[in-house]
Design a protein around this ligand. Structure first.
Ligand SMILES: [Zn+2]
Length: 127
């Protein structure tokens, strides 16, 4: 992030220039002030957007639950751990099957269609 250059003069100096009749110099300083004001406005907008994104992420992070190698949000999901941790993106996972060495060796797993990562499902014994 670039540091904004602040003007090296005060508004009082502009009035002094005007009073002395140096209108052109005074106008140049006013234009410089305007460009600084525009840069500050843009910086303020950028910071506001960054702040909103951070608040959104913080709000989501506090609600995310990491369970069985994947993320869950308010009981919804699962979402890809890699995509969220690396790119701040909640990407839904799809059910896939991992084929083992033998035909009977099939295990359900979660698959991410964005980063191609897969996560073995943890077998639950609830019946
Ligand atoms: Zn992913």
């Amino acid at each position: 992030m670039a540091v904004l250059p602040l003007p090296s003069f005060s508004v009082k100096e502009i009035f002094e220039l005007w009073r002395k009749g140096s209108n052109l110099e005074a106008e140049e300083k006013i234009l410089e002030l305007r460009s600084v004001a525009i840069a500050l406005k843009e910086e303020n907008l950028r910071l506001s957007e960054e702040n909103q994104a951070l608040q959104r992420r913080n709000s989501i992070s506090s609600k995310l639950e990491f369970k069985e190698h994947v993320y869950w949000l308010d009981g919804e999901g699962p979402y890809c751990q890699v995509c969220y941790d690396r790119d701040d993106k909640l990407v839904r996972l799809h059910v896939g099957v991992r084929q083992g060495l033998y035909p009977h060796e099939k295990r359900d797993r979660w698959e991410c269609r964005v980063c191609r990562q897969s996560f073995d499902m943890v077998a639950t014994n609830s019946s």
